[in-house]
Design a protein around this ligand. Sequence first.
Ligand code: NAG
Ligand code: NAG
Ligand code: NAG
Ligand code: NAG
Ligand code: NAG
Length: 353
Amino acid sequence: MRLAAFSPLLLPLLLCAMSGPCAAQQQDPFLWLSALRSRGYGVGSLQADNTGGECPEECDCPPTFPVAMYCDGRGMTAVPSVPSRMKYVYLQHNQITSVPDEAFANATNLVWLMLHENNIGSVGKKAFAKMQSLDRLYLSNNNLTKVPANLPSSLRDLRLDNNRIAKVPPNAFEGMENLTILLLHDNAIQEVGAALKGLTSLTLLDVSSNRLKKVPESLPDQLHQLYLESNAIDAIPNNFLGHFQQLQYVRMSHNELTDKGIPPNTFNVTGLVELDLSYNKLERIPTVSTSLEHLYLQANHIKEFSLGSFCSVVDVMNFSKLKVLRLDGNEISLRDVPTDSALCLRMASDIAV
Ligand SMILES: *[C@@H]1O[C@H](CO)[C@@H](O)[C@H](O)[C@H]1NC(C)=O
Ligand SMILES: *[C@@H]1O[C@H](CO)[C@@H](O)[C@H](O)[C@H]1NC(C)=O
Ligand SMILES: *[C@@H]1O[C@H](CO)[C@@H](O)[C@H](O)[C@H]1NC(C)=O
Ligand SMILES: *[C@@H]1O[C@H](CO)[C@@H](O)[C@H](O)[C@H]1NC(C)=O
Ligand SMILES: CC(=O)N[C@H]1CO[C@H](CO)[C@@H](O)[C@@H]1O
Protein backbone atom coordinates (compact mmCIF):
# COMPACT_ATOMS: atom_id res chain seq x y z
CA MET A 1 0.00 0.00 0.00
CA ARG A 2 1.27 3.43 -0.86
CA LEU A 3 0.22 6.21 1.48
CA ALA A 4 0.42 8.74 -1.33
CA ALA A 5 -2.53 7.06 -2.99
CA PHE A 6 -4.94 8.07 -0.20
CA SER A 7 -7.18 11.04 -0.76
CA PRO A 8 -7.01 13.82 1.87
CA LEU A 9 -10.42 12.72 3.11
CA LEU A 10 -9.42 9.10 3.64
CA LEU A 11 -6.18 9.82 5.39
CA PRO A 12 -7.53 11.40 8.63
CA LEU A 13 -10.17 8.67 8.90
CA LEU A 14 -7.49 6.05 8.58
CA LEU A 15 -5.28 7.74 11.17
CA CYS A 16 -8.32 7.93 13.40
CA ALA A 17 -9.02 4.21 12.99
CA MET A 18 -5.43 3.41 13.88
CA SER A 19 -5.14 5.64 16.92
CA GLY A 20 -7.90 4.30 19.18
CA PRO A 21 -10.14 6.84 20.95
CA CYS A 22 -11.88 8.21 17.91
CA ALA A 23 -15.51 8.15 18.94
CA ALA A 24 -15.87 11.92 19.13
CA GLN A 25 -14.28 12.37 15.74
CA GLN A 26 -16.47 9.72 14.19
CA GLN A 27 -19.48 11.77 15.28
CA ASP A 28 -18.02 14.76 13.49
CA PRO A 29 -16.30 13.42 10.43
CA PHE A 30 -15.35 16.95 9.33
CA LEU A 31 -13.44 17.83 12.46
CA TRP A 32 -10.19 17.25 10.57
CA LEU A 33 -11.32 19.92 8.16
CA SER A 34 -11.41 22.63 10.79
CA ALA A 35 -8.04 21.40 12.00
CA LEU A 36 -6.68 21.94 8.52
CA ARG A 37 -8.28 25.37 8.43
CA SER A 38 -6.66 26.46 11.65
CA ARG A 39 -3.36 25.49 10.07
CA GLY A 40 -4.14 28.02 7.39
CA TYR A 41 -5.34 25.89 4.53
CA GLY A 42 -8.12 27.94 3.02
CA VAL A 43 -11.33 26.08 2.39
CA GLY A 44 -14.28 28.18 1.29
CA SER A 45 -14.07 31.18 -0.98
CA LEU A 46 -11.56 33.94 -0.24
CA GLN A 47 -11.93 33.57 3.48
CA ALA A 48 -9.79 35.24 6.08
CA ASP A 49 -7.26 32.90 7.66
CA ASN A 50 -5.92 33.36 11.18
CA THR A 51 -3.22 35.72 9.95
CA GLY A 52 -5.84 38.12 8.67
CA GLY A 53 -5.03 37.53 5.01
CA GLU A 54 -7.35 36.23 2.34
CA CYS A 55 -6.80 33.14 0.26
CA PRO A 56 -8.80 31.72 -2.68
CA GLU A 57 -10.44 28.44 -1.75
CA GLU A 58 -8.53 26.37 -4.30
CA CYS A 59 -5.13 27.55 -3.04
CA ASP A 60 -2.88 27.19 0.00
CA CYS A 61 -1.57 30.32 1.71
CA PRO A 62 0.70 29.20 4.55
CA PRO A 63 0.40 31.53 7.57
CA THR A 64 4.12 31.08 8.14
CA PHE A 65 4.79 32.64 4.73
CA PRO A 66 1.85 35.00 4.16
CA VAL A 67 3.17 36.48 0.91
CA ALA A 68 3.08 33.16 -0.97
CA MET A 69 0.12 31.45 -2.58
CA TYR A 70 0.29 27.87 -3.83
CA CYS A 71 -2.27 26.95 -6.49
CA ASP A 72 -0.22 24.56 -8.61
CA GLY A 73 -1.68 21.36 -10.04
CA ARG A 74 -5.32 21.88 -9.00
CA GLY A 75 -7.03 21.59 -12.38
CA MET A 76 -7.84 25.30 -12.37
CA THR A 77 -9.12 26.74 -15.65
CA ALA A 78 -8.90 30.43 -14.72
CA VAL A 79 -6.60 32.67 -12.69
CA PRO A 80 -8.03 32.99 -9.14
CA SER A 81 -8.29 36.33 -7.38
CA VAL A 82 -4.81 37.16 -6.05
CA PRO A 83 -4.76 39.25 -2.82
CA SER A 84 -2.60 42.36 -2.97
CA ARG A 85 -0.17 41.17 -0.27
CA MET A 86 1.13 38.32 -2.45
CA LYS A 87 4.70 38.29 -3.74
CA TYR A 88 5.12 34.66 -4.81
CA VAL A 89 2.31 33.03 -6.74
CA TYR A 90 2.44 29.45 -8.00
CA LEU A 91 -0.15 28.69 -10.67
CA GLN A 92 1.82 26.20 -12.74
CA HIS A 93 0.51 22.87 -13.96
CA ASN A 94 -3.18 23.78 -14.32
CA GLN A 95 -5.48 24.23 -17.33
CA ILE A 96 -5.63 28.02 -17.41
CA THR A 97 -6.36 29.18 -20.96
CA SER A 98 -6.14 32.96 -20.70
CA VAL A 99 -4.81 35.80 -18.59
CA PRO A 100 -7.29 38.70 -18.92
CA ASP A 101 -6.27 42.32 -18.30
CA GLU A 102 -7.79 42.37 -14.79
CA ALA A 103 -6.60 38.91 -13.65
CA PHE A 104 -3.82 40.37 -11.50
CA ALA A 105 -5.42 43.79 -10.99
CA ASN A 106 -4.68 43.83 -7.24
CA ALA A 107 -1.45 41.85 -7.36
CA THR A 108 0.91 44.74 -7.98
CA ASN A 109 3.56 43.50 -5.52
CA LEU A 110 4.33 40.21 -7.27
CA VAL A 111 7.96 39.17 -7.38
CA TRP A 112 7.59 35.62 -8.76
CA LEU A 113 4.74 34.56 -10.98
CA MET A 114 4.69 30.92 -12.07
CA LEU A 115 2.29 30.19 -14.92
CA HIS A 116 4.16 27.43 -16.73
CA GLU A 117 2.49 24.18 -17.84
CA ASN A 118 -0.93 25.62 -18.50
CA ASN A 119 -2.76 26.10 -21.76
CA ILE A 120 -2.55 29.89 -21.98
CA GLY A 121 -3.24 31.12 -25.48
CA SER A 122 -4.20 34.73 -24.84
CA VAL A 123 -2.82 37.39 -22.53
CA GLY A 124 -4.43 40.81 -22.09
CA LYS A 125 -2.31 43.80 -23.15
CA LYS A 126 -2.34 45.12 -19.58
CA ALA A 127 -2.24 41.78 -17.74
CA PHE A 128 1.30 42.19 -16.35
CA ALA A 129 1.74 45.93 -16.88
CA LYS A 130 1.35 47.09 -13.25
CA MET A 131 3.80 44.66 -11.66
CA GLN A 132 6.71 46.95 -11.01
CA SER A 133 8.66 44.48 -8.87
CA LEU A 134 8.20 41.34 -10.96
CA ASP A 135 11.47 39.43 -11.06
CA ARG A 136 10.54 36.00 -12.47
CA LEU A 137 7.81 35.26 -14.96
CA TYR A 138 7.54 31.66 -16.11
CA LEU A 139 5.23 31.05 -19.07
CA SER A 140 6.94 27.93 -20.43
CA ASN A 141 4.81 25.12 -21.89
CA ASN A 142 1.72 27.08 -22.84
CA ASN A 143 -0.05 27.88 -26.10
CA LEU A 144 1.24 31.42 -26.72
CA THR A 145 1.65 32.56 -30.31
CA LYS A 146 3.34 35.86 -29.43
CA VAL A 147 5.41 37.42 -26.69
CA PRO A 148 2.89 39.05 -24.28
CA ALA A 149 2.76 42.85 -24.57
CA ASN A 150 3.87 45.31 -21.88
CA LEU A 151 5.97 42.93 -19.83
CA PRO A 152 7.44 44.61 -16.72
CA SER A 153 10.92 46.05 -17.27
CA SER A 154 11.94 44.84 -13.80
CA LEU A 155 12.14 41.19 -15.01
CA ARG A 156 15.36 39.24 -14.41
CA ASP A 157 14.24 35.78 -15.51
CA LEU A 158 11.72 35.40 -18.32
CA ARG A 159 10.78 31.95 -19.62
CA LEU A 160 8.70 31.65 -22.77
CA ASP A 161 9.99 28.32 -24.08
CA ASN A 162 7.79 25.52 -25.42
CA ASN A 163 5.02 27.70 -26.84
CA ARG A 164 4.02 28.46 -30.43
CA ILE A 165 5.61 31.91 -30.63
CA ALA A 166 6.37 32.87 -34.22
CA LYS A 167 7.06 36.58 -33.95
CA VAL A 168 9.14 38.65 -31.56
CA PRO A 169 8.19 42.34 -31.89
CA PRO A 170 11.17 44.77 -31.84
CA ASN A 171 9.99 46.31 -28.55
CA ALA A 172 9.11 42.99 -26.83
CA PHE A 173 11.85 43.31 -24.20
CA GLU A 174 12.17 47.09 -24.14
CA GLY A 175 13.80 48.59 -21.04
CA MET A 176 14.60 45.23 -19.42
CA GLU A 177 18.03 46.36 -18.30
CA ASN A 178 18.17 43.69 -15.57
CA LEU A 179 17.03 40.70 -17.61
CA THR A 180 19.60 37.96 -17.05
CA ILE A 181 17.89 34.81 -18.34
CA LEU A 182 15.73 34.65 -21.45
CA LEU A 183 14.38 31.30 -22.62
CA LEU A 184 12.71 31.23 -26.02
CA HIS A 185 13.55 27.69 -27.06
CA ASP A 186 11.07 25.28 -28.67
CA ASN A 187 8.91 27.84 -30.45
CA ALA A 188 8.40 28.75 -34.11
CA ILE A 189 10.52 31.91 -34.24
CA GLN A 190 11.90 32.77 -37.68
CA GLU A 191 13.59 36.01 -36.77
CA VAL A 192 14.53 37.86 -33.60
CA GLY A 193 15.51 41.10 -35.35
CA ALA A 194 16.92 43.73 -33.00
CA ALA A 195 14.60 42.82 -30.10
CA LEU A 196 17.50 41.80 -27.86
CA LYS A 197 19.49 44.97 -28.35
CA GLY A 198 18.91 46.76 -25.03
CA LEU A 199 19.30 43.72 -22.77
CA THR A 200 22.52 44.88 -21.16
CA SER A 201 22.46 42.29 -18.34
CA LEU A 202 21.52 39.22 -20.37
CA THR A 203 23.85 36.30 -19.65
CA LEU A 204 21.83 33.29 -20.87
CA LEU A 205 19.96 33.30 -24.17
CA ASP A 206 18.33 30.11 -25.42
CA VAL A 207 16.69 30.32 -28.85
CA SER A 208 17.29 26.68 -29.76
CA SER A 209 14.67 24.57 -31.57
CA ASN A 210 13.13 27.38 -33.58
CA ARG A 211 13.14 28.29 -37.27
CA LEU A 212 15.97 30.81 -37.38
CA LYS A 213 17.71 31.10 -40.75
CA LYS A 214 20.36 33.46 -39.42
CA VAL A 215 21.88 34.32 -36.06
CA PRO A 216 20.07 37.04 -34.10
CA GLU A 217 21.49 40.50 -34.75
CA SER A 218 22.65 42.86 -31.99
CA LEU A 219 23.21 40.27 -29.30
CA PRO A 220 23.99 41.72 -25.84
CA ASP A 221 27.71 42.02 -25.02
CA GLN A 222 27.48 40.37 -21.58
CA LEU A 223 26.24 36.96 -22.76
CA HIS A 224 27.86 33.94 -21.10
CA GLN A 225 25.76 31.27 -22.80
CA LEU A 226 24.36 31.39 -26.31
CA TYR A 227 22.21 28.46 -27.39
CA LEU A 228 21.11 28.37 -31.04
CA GLU A 229 21.01 24.63 -31.76
CA SER A 230 18.31 22.98 -33.89
CA ASN A 231 17.56 25.88 -36.23
CA ALA A 232 18.24 26.38 -39.93
CA ILE A 233 21.25 28.72 -39.68
CA ASP A 234 23.58 28.29 -42.66
CA ALA A 235 25.96 31.20 -42.20
CA ILE A 236 27.51 33.37 -39.52
CA PRO A 237 28.27 37.08 -40.06
CA ASN A 238 31.82 38.47 -39.90
CA ASN A 239 33.20 39.03 -36.42
CA PHE A 240 30.05 37.51 -34.91
CA LEU A 241 31.67 36.64 -31.57
CA GLY A 242 34.26 39.43 -31.53
CA HIS A 243 32.44 41.85 -29.24
CA PHE A 244 31.57 39.50 -26.38
CA GLN A 245 33.62 39.86 -23.20
CA GLN A 246 32.17 36.96 -21.20
CA LEU A 247 30.99 34.41 -23.73
CA GLN A 248 31.91 30.88 -22.64
CA TYR A 249 29.36 28.48 -24.12
CA VAL A 250 28.18 28.50 -27.74
CA ARG A 251 25.89 25.77 -29.01
CA MET A 252 24.98 25.62 -32.68
CA SER A 253 24.50 21.90 -33.31
CA HIS A 254 21.79 20.70 -35.71
CA ASN A 255 21.96 23.65 -38.10
CA GLU A 256 22.94 23.99 -41.77
CA LEU A 257 26.43 25.41 -41.29
CA THR A 258 29.00 24.93 -44.06
CA ASP A 259 32.68 25.98 -44.25
CA LYS A 260 31.69 28.73 -46.66
CA GLY A 261 29.26 30.17 -44.14
CA ILE A 262 31.87 30.55 -41.41
CA PRO A 263 34.36 33.44 -41.81
CA PRO A 264 37.97 32.62 -40.77
CA ASN A 265 38.65 33.07 -37.05
CA THR A 266 34.92 33.22 -36.17
CA PHE A 267 35.57 30.85 -33.27
CA ASN A 268 39.13 31.94 -32.54
CA VAL A 269 37.96 34.16 -29.68
CA THR A 270 39.58 33.92 -26.26
CA GLY A 271 37.35 33.03 -23.33
CA LEU A 272 35.31 30.43 -25.18
CA VAL A 273 35.17 27.19 -23.15
CA GLU A 274 32.62 25.07 -25.01
CA LEU A 275 31.69 25.06 -28.68
CA ASP A 276 29.13 22.66 -30.11
CA LEU A 277 28.99 22.54 -33.92
CA SER A 278 27.89 18.92 -34.21
CA TYR A 279 25.32 17.82 -36.80
CA ASN A 280 26.16 20.46 -39.39
CA LYS A 281 27.76 20.26 -42.85
CA LEU A 282 31.34 21.25 -42.09
CA GLU A 283 34.15 19.71 -44.14
CA ARG A 284 36.98 21.26 -42.17
CA ILE A 285 37.74 21.81 -38.51
CA PRO A 286 37.27 25.54 -37.94
CA THR A 287 40.06 27.51 -36.29
CA VAL A 288 39.38 27.73 -32.57
CA SER A 289 40.92 29.61 -29.69
CA THR A 290 43.59 27.88 -27.59
CA SER A 291 41.38 28.59 -24.54
CA LEU A 292 38.66 26.21 -25.79
CA GLU A 293 38.15 23.11 -23.60
CA HIS A 294 35.25 21.27 -25.24
CA LEU A 295 34.72 21.03 -28.99
CA TYR A 296 31.89 18.99 -30.46
CA LEU A 297 32.11 18.34 -34.20
CA GLN A 298 30.51 14.91 -34.51
CA ALA A 299 28.24 14.14 -37.48
CA ASN A 300 29.68 16.64 -39.96
CA HIS A 301 31.52 15.92 -43.25
CA ILE A 302 35.04 16.56 -41.98
CA LYS A 303 37.67 14.94 -44.20
CA GLU A 304 40.97 15.93 -42.60
CA PHE A 305 42.48 16.47 -39.19
CA SER A 306 44.04 19.94 -39.41
CA LEU A 307 46.24 20.51 -36.38
CA GLY A 308 46.57 24.16 -37.39
CA SER A 309 42.94 24.63 -36.40
CA PHE A 310 44.02 24.27 -32.78
CA CYS A 311 47.58 25.59 -32.68
CA SER A 312 49.34 28.05 -34.97
CA VAL A 313 52.48 27.86 -32.83
CA VAL A 314 53.50 25.07 -30.50
CA ASP A 315 56.03 25.59 -27.72
CA VAL A 316 56.21 25.54 -23.93
CA MET A 317 53.76 28.43 -23.61
CA ASN A 318 51.58 27.91 -26.66
CA PHE A 319 49.28 24.90 -26.78
CA SER A 320 45.61 24.09 -26.91
CA LYS A 321 43.61 23.74 -23.65
CA LEU A 322 41.24 21.32 -25.35
CA LYS A 323 40.09 18.49 -23.07
CA VAL A 324 37.27 16.94 -25.07
CA LEU A 325 37.18 16.68 -28.86
CA ARG A 326 34.48 14.77 -30.67
CA LEU A 327 34.97 13.99 -34.33
CA ASP A 328 33.02 10.75 -34.62
CA GLY A 329 30.54 10.45 -37.47
CA ASN A 330 32.86 12.27 -39.90
CA GLU A 331 34.93 11.10 -42.85
CA ILE A 332 38.18 10.61 -40.94
CA SER A 333 39.68 7.85 -38.87
CA LEU A 334 42.32 7.59 -36.16
CA ARG A 335 44.99 7.17 -38.88
CA ASP A 336 44.29 10.75 -40.01
CA VAL A 337 45.34 12.19 -36.65
CA PRO A 338 49.00 13.24 -37.03
CA THR A 339 51.42 11.90 -34.43
CA ASP A 340 52.67 15.36 -33.47
CA SER A 341 49.15 16.27 -32.27
CA ALA A 342 50.12 15.27 -28.76
CA LEU A 343 52.25 18.37 -28.34
CA CYS A 344 49.49 20.79 -29.30
CA LEU A 345 46.63 18.84 -27.75
CA ARG A 346 48.51 18.00 -24.59
CA MET A 347 45.50 18.52 -22.29
CA ALA A 348 43.13 16.36 -24.32
CA SER A 349 41.89 13.40 -22.32
CA ASP A 350 39.00 12.45 -24.55
CA ILE A 351 39.31 12.46 -28.33
CA ALA A 352 36.62 10.56 -30.20
CA VAL A 353 37.20 9.96 -33.92
C1 NAG B 1 -9.44 43.58 -6.32
O1 NAG B 1 -9.79 44.13 -5.06
C2 NAG B 1 -11.10 44.64 -5.04
C3 NAG B 1 -11.32 45.29 -3.69
O2 NAG B 1 -10.91 44.46 -2.66
C4 NAG B 1 -12.11 43.52 -5.30
O3 NAG B 1 -13.42 44.02 -5.32
C5 NAG B 1 -11.79 42.88 -6.65
O4 NAG B 1 -12.61 41.75 -6.85
C6 NAG B 1 -10.34 42.45 -6.72
N1 NAG B 1 -10.04 41.98 -8.07
C7 NAG B 1 -9.39 40.89 -8.33
C8 NAG B 1 -9.20 40.51 -9.77
O5 NAG B 1 -8.90 40.18 -7.46
C1 NAG C 1 -3.91 26.36 -28.86
O1 NAG C 1 -4.58 27.44 -29.45
C2 NAG C 1 -5.19 27.15 -30.69
C3 NAG C 1 -5.81 28.43 -31.20
O2 NAG C 1 -4.82 29.43 -31.34
C4 NAG C 1 -6.25 26.07 -30.52
O3 NAG C 1 -6.78 25.74 -31.79
C5 NAG C 1 -5.58 24.86 -29.91
O4 NAG C 1 -6.56 23.89 -29.63
C6 NAG C 1 -4.85 25.23 -28.62
N1 NAG C 1 -4.12 24.07 -28.15
C7 NAG C 1 -4.47 23.44 -27.07
C8 NAG C 1 -3.59 22.29 -26.68
O5 NAG C 1 -5.42 23.78 -26.41
C1 NAG D 1 17.47 47.15 -12.15
O1 NAG D 1 18.03 46.83 -10.89
C2 NAG D 1 18.47 47.97 -10.15
C3 NAG D 1 19.17 47.47 -8.91
O2 NAG D 1 18.39 46.54 -8.24
C4 NAG D 1 17.27 48.86 -9.85
O3 NAG D 1 17.67 50.01 -9.15
C5 NAG D 1 16.60 49.28 -11.16
O4 NAG D 1 15.43 50.00 -10.91
C6 NAG D 1 16.24 48.03 -11.98
N1 NAG D 1 15.74 48.41 -13.29
C7 NAG D 1 14.48 48.21 -13.68
C8 NAG D 1 14.13 48.62 -15.06
O5 NAG D 1 13.65 47.70 -12.94
C1 NAG E 1 43.86 32.96 -33.21
O1 NAG E 1 43.94 34.34 -32.97
C2 NAG E 1 45.18 34.76 -32.39
C3 NAG E 1 45.06 36.24 -32.13
O2 NAG E 1 43.95 36.51 -31.39
C4 NAG E 1 46.32 34.45 -33.32
O3 NAG E 1 47.55 34.79 -32.71
C5 NAG E 1 46.33 32.95 -33.64
O4 NAG E 1 47.31 32.68 -34.62
C6 NAG E 1 44.98 32.51 -34.15
N1 NAG E 1 44.96 31.08 -34.27
C7 NAG E 1 45.03 30.46 -35.41
C8 NAG E 1 45.08 28.97 -35.32
O5 NAG E 1 45.01 31.03 -36.48
C1 NAG F 1 50.77 32.56 -31.45
C2 NAG F 1 50.82 32.64 -29.97
O1 NAG F 1 49.86 32.31 -29.29
N1 NAG F 1 51.97 33.05 -29.44
C3 NAG F 1 52.16 33.20 -28.00
C4 NAG F 1 53.12 32.17 -27.45
O2 NAG F 1 53.36 32.38 -26.06
C5 NAG F 1 53.91 33.64 -25.77
C6 NAG F 1 54.19 33.68 -24.31
O3 NAG F 1 53.03 33.44 -23.57
C7 NAG F 1 52.99 34.75 -26.24
O4 NAG F 1 53.56 36.02 -26.01
C8 NAG F 1 52.68 34.60 -27.71
O5 NAG F 1 51.72 35.54 -28.11
